[in-house]
Design a protein around this ligand. Structure first.
Ligand code: ADP
Ligand code: ZN
Length: 624
């Protein structure tokens, strides 16, 4: 390490080593070489623009989108003895004059400001005069409409190069797909930039994506598994956070909620208790994230799907910052896609009514749709999660089995014959001439006999009933998976139609193999409650011995066991333990013929059990 850098690092931060890429980024900055640094949150980007002005004894500017973040950083730097100041819209005229004066006197090393402020009428000339050396652009992805956090005011930074010539520009971001990266370089007109990209893989995180069936029960299960550990539960809306936190409290889990609708003191209170380990479970919107420095978060649960892989990567990234194993569970439902869509539409319409830059607003809105689709595809595809994430950010992933995601751990159920099933779906879409919606196609494939199908004559199609082994909801799930993976398209609008596309051909011709997830059949709570009730009063041992007798008989007659008696009948036998052929006849499922043929053998099995264990006979059958 450069001794001057080492000196500054030790003096102001007490660090004795640099992290990966920090050295390169600091060097580029000190050499006045434009640069782009892409590194996940927590990687240590801020140090790369904070150290150079201290070494060079210069004044450097940092552009940041959020005033609150800017202030926190300035406070932290001052705490460490570094002369830093934020220039923001809340300053009074006299405060501004004083800061300008101090800047002229060379009092400061770091000056933080928003893009609007930097490009304000008189500031560029002033900054040229005071001799600014370097400008760091934090959250540089905000400049790109292809990113997940496009801010039109960042667009103006494109003029920076001409307004303040001679400075070097250093862009930093925690998330940038290759496309966004290109856009940043182009927009900022970086000259021969050094591009440094850190790894986005977090090998200590285990990713699991589950279908959301019973939100409350599924969240509770995760919370119980991580009892006593720190955990963040992300939800889509403010109301969701409150509902989930309340449900957890009812289930005896001390949980707090956090969202932007709370007052500042309320938010600080949650933040502080979480940081001090007085509180372990926080249910929050994305507003909870900035400045969470608790490094031992053991689980991040997504009660809803985030609206982009960028968000997913950042939010899950708050788990396991200490490097110990941590778990990320996403409860996925297609309904979240619809919710995000309508939210985006609403805020787009609101913004359109006041904007003076409708074009970039529209472009930003349109790219949201793609980001959402990418996230949904990740959640609904049977591809290693570590691989999906890092490849999304343009990295290559070499491991065949990460050993730390549900796909690689073999926890997801893949549909056997995925490719064949997919081809059946595609040929049905072709038969109905790509002019019907998901529900109709599913009806045809299931062989339904609806008015619509008869009217169209679709019961005459060769594909009618081709997937009648599946329920309709399973088939529509499969169609959605095919759309999400891109093998089929869906038209936009109110009455979307499923269509074949470019990608469909090779699949139809059998040139590619694909994987689909086994569609889950919704289980309702009542069936599992009924399940529990069905074991009431049944001795498992007795049930097992009756079951082995059933297997014996089934073997003799060469039929499957349920032909002898179904499980419910075995449980009833074990529960009531009939004493003779008469009461045996009272048991549901024991008909006349079976009573004669199999009755005696089951009765002697019950005799045998009673001799060993006692417990009586004809239980609950006496009054009959
Ligand atoms: P980013 O801006 O990339 O999200 P930060 O700059 O906030 O990351 O750094 C994350 C944490 O890592 C901070 O607590 C910071 O003090 C710490 N850190 C950064 N660089 C080093 C280093 N070289 N040695 C030790 N800790 C570091
Ligand atoms: Zn994996």
């Amino acid at each position: 390490m450069d001794p001057a850098v080492a000196d500054v690092l030790a003096r102001y931060w007490g660090f004795d080593q640099l992290r990966p890429l920090q050295g390169e980024a600091i060097q580029a900055n000190l050499e006045g070489h434009d640069s782009l640094l892409v590194m996940p949150t927590g990687g240590g980007k801020s140090l790369t623009y904070q150290v150079p002005p201290l070494v060079a004894e210069s004044l450097d500017v940092v552009v940041s989108p959020l005033v609150a973040l800017m202030k926190d950083q300035v406070d932290g730097l001052r705490e460490a003895g570094i002369p830093a100041v934020a220039f923001d819209g809340s300053l009074t005229a006299s405060e501004r004059t004083r800061i300008r004066k101090d800047l002229e006197d060379g009092t400061y090393r770091l000056l933080f400001m928003s893009p609007e402020m930097l490009l304000g009428s008189s500031l560029p000339r002033f900054l040229r005069n005071v001799g600014v050396r370097a400008i760091a652009i934090d959250e540089a992805h905000c400049i790109s409409q292809w990113g997940h956090d496009f801010r039109p005011e960042y667009r103006q930074l494109a003029g920076l190069r001409d307004l303040i010539p001679g400075v070097s520009i250093h862009a930093c971001t925690a998330t940038a797909t290759p496309r966004v990266r290109e856009d940043i370089l182009r927009q900022l007109q970086l000259r021969d930039p050094r591009v440094m990209v850190g790894s986005f893989d977090r090998p200590n995180l285990t990713y699991r994506i589950r279908s959301r069936e019973n939100r409350r029960a599924q969240i509770l299960e995760e919370v119980r598994r991580h009892a006593g550990e720190a955990m963040i539960i992300y939800a889509l809306s403010r109301r969701d956070t409150e509902q989930i936190a309340e449900a957890l409290q009812k289930d005896g889990v001390p949980a707090a909620f956090y969202h932007a609708g709370l007052s500042r003191p309320e938010r600080n209170h949650v933040h502080e208790r979480f940081a001090r380990e007085q509180l372990d479970v926080v249910v929050a919107t994305v507003a909870f994230g900035m400045g969470i420095d608790r490094s031992n978060v053991r689980a991040v649960i997504h009660a809803s799907m985030p609206r982009s892989i960028e968000h997913y990567q950042q939010e899950t990234g708050r788990a396991g910052r200490d490097g110990d194993p941590a778990e990320c569970v996403l409860l996925h439902s297609y309904a979240d896609v619809e919710r995000w869509r309508s939210l985006a539409e609403r805020s787009f319409n609101e913004a359109m009514s006041v904007t003076d830059d409708p074009e970039s607003l529209r472009a930003g809105f349109e790219s949201q749709e793609g980001l959402l689709a990418d996230m949904n595809a990740l959640a609904t595809t049977a591809i290693c999660r570590h691989r999906s994430i890092v490849e999304y950010f343009g990295e290559t992933y070499t491991s065949e089995n990460c050993g730390s995601c549900d796909v690689c751990l073999g926890e997801v159920d893949l549909l056997e014959d995925s490719t064949t099933v997919a081809r059946k779906v595609l040929s049905c879409v072709a038969r109905v001439e790509s002019s019907f919606g998901v529900q109709h196609v599913a009806d045809v494939l299931c062989g339904a006999n609806t008015d619509g199908i008869r009217r169209m004559g679709h019961d005459q199609l060769s594909t009618h009933g081709l997937l009648s082994d599946f329920t309709k909801s399973a088939v529509s799930n499969l169609i959605h998976q095919l759309i999400e993976q891109g093998w089929l398209s869906r038209t936009p609008g109110d009455r979307p139609v499923v269509q074949l596309n470019q990608q469909s051909r090779p699949l139809l011709r059998g040139e590619v193999e694909i994987s689909l997830l086994q569609p889950r059949v919704k289980k309702t709570r009542s069936t599992s409650a009924a399940e529990d009730a069905s074991w009431e009063g049944v001795e498992r041992d007795l049930f097992e011995s009756l079951r082995s007798l059933r297997r014996e008989i089934a073997d003799e007659i060469g039929k499957p066991p349920y032909v002898v008696f179904p499980d419910t009948t075995l449980r009833a036998l074990a529960r009531h333990r009939p004493a003779d052929v008469t009461t045996l006849g009272f048991i549901k499922g024991v008909g006349e013929k079976k009573r004669r043929t199999y009755g005696p053998r089951f009765l002697s099995a019950l005799d045998e059990w009673e001799q060993l264990h006692g417990g009586g006979r004809d239980i609950g059958l006496g009054t009959v």
